[in-house]
Write a protein that binds this ligand. Structure first.
Ligand code: ZN
Ligand code: ZN
Length: 298
């Protein structure tokens, strides 16, 4: 088996929530909206299509024809706005399997990706995309099997609903939970079930606890969580590594450095998501226990 076919890695292409925020104060963590890629045993899984998807797409141009499974948590702008600019989607010969839940208004992920590309919002309709696009409706909770990869889904607590995903492969697990709000008095059982014993948990940590419950400008009911809640989930679910994700666009590099220090003091295996970061899910077959963090170039 080649090294690629034997690897499970997680690549961060966009880590910011709500709106892209490029600029001199966000260069170290990055300003692109959510897009996380998992390379699992030679297959490519992509989570969300924020503006980070555009950057990933440019890197895929050197690897065509290509095939990927794309999972959408929901279709708020920050999670779909990179899709119309995903260049490999316009190239014949590429294949994309696209998964997303039916929204409360009854619309499918296909309809919602299509609608954001209609006039007067966008000049080029989805039908112009020449790649093979296969759409799949997700009903959470459920399990999606892609050969030997098992993807579990669960509903999250977010206005308009969202879906969390857990990827299981060869005894390792990486979990993507973003756009979810914690409950005031108990941990969310759907979140705990997805996160159980995970090697890597990526979790919506948009706010600090102080911001969330600030008397002047509370964020209660906005559908997001905090880094302190992320640690509670990681501890309760016996998570090995926690990734603090979906950074508030108002949080600059220095602020996020500070959050990272505080989080690591409470949960030593907590890291801040930043563009370009790569994490490896340790292979259970070789019994390697070490994580590696490295940079990769787009
Ligand atoms: Zn979001
Ligand atoms: Zn959202």
């Amino acid at each position: 088996m080649s090294r690629i076919e034997n690897q499970f890695t997680v690549h961060f292409w966009g880590v910011r929530g709500s709106i892209p925020c490029p600029g001199p104060n966000t260069v170290r963590y990055g300003g692109n909206t959510p897009c996380v890629e998992m390379r699992v045993g030679g297959k490519r899984l992509i989570f969300d299509g924020g503006t980070g998807l555009h950057v990933l797409g440019q890197s895929l141009l050197r690897q065509m024809p290509t095939e990927a499974h794309m999972f959408f948590t929901h279709s708020h702008w920050d999670h779909v706005q990179g899709f119309p600019f995903f260049t490999p989607g316009f190239v014949k010969g590429n294949t994309f399997h696209i998964y997303g839940a039916i929204a409360p208004d009854g619309s499918t992920v296909e309809q919602r990706l299509n609608d954001q590309m209609l006039h007067p919002n966008f000049p080029v309709p989805l039908q112009i995309m020449q790649a093979n696009l296969h759409f799949h409706d997700v009903k959470a909770p459920s399990t999606i099997n892609i050969e030997d990869i098992k993807v579990e889904t669960a509903p999250l607590n977010h206005p308009g609903e969202a879906v969390g995903y857990r990827v299981n492969w060869q005894g390792g697990a990486a979990v993507y939970i973003t756009d979810t709000e914690h409950f005031p008095d108990k941990l969310d059982k759907n979140v705990l079930r997805l996160a159980r014993d995970a090697d890597i948990l990526i979790y919506d940590s948009t706010y600090t606890d102080d911001e969330y419950s600030s008397p002047k400008s509370p964020k209660i009911g906005w559908g997001h969580s905090t880094w302190q809640e992320a640690i509670k989930v990681a501890q309760a679910a016996n998570v090995k590594k926690l990734v603090i994700f979906h950074h508030d666009p108002a949080h600059d590099d220095d602020f996020l450095d500070h959050v990272g220090e505080l989080a690591a003091s409470k949960f030593p295996n907590a890291v801040m998501a930043r563009e370009g970061m790569v994490l490896e899910v340790p292979s259970k077959i070789s019994l390697s226990e070490s994580f590696s963090v490295s940079n990769f170039s787009a």
